[in-house]
Design a protein around this ligand. Sequence first.
Ligand code: SF4
Ligand code: SF4
Length: 82
Amino acid sequence: MINTRHKIEYNPENCVGCKLCYKACFVGVITWDAENKKPVFSYVEDCEHCCYCQIVCKKGCIKVCPDFDSQSFRQSFDVYNR
Ligand code: SF4
Ligand code: SF4
């Protein structure tokens, strides 16, 4: 597991269960609670910080809060330092 304090805030209050966030996540961070028709942010440590889930949610339920000091970000930027 990658060491990160990356957070995804989810407010279910206005969620209409449209599934767009679930479909938008290409790395499978979000799973789907079929019974309650709500997204579940099950694998936040795998998040690529693309913000697609936040952008597609027209109800403003999702806020991606990257941890810029995390190991995953350092690894990403290390590529440019080689
Ligand atoms: S995109 Fe927004 S409204 Fe639709 S299921 Fe996800 S959180 Fe709910
Ligand atoms: S920010 Fe991107 S990778 Fe992270 S949960 Fe949202 S869609 Fe998935």
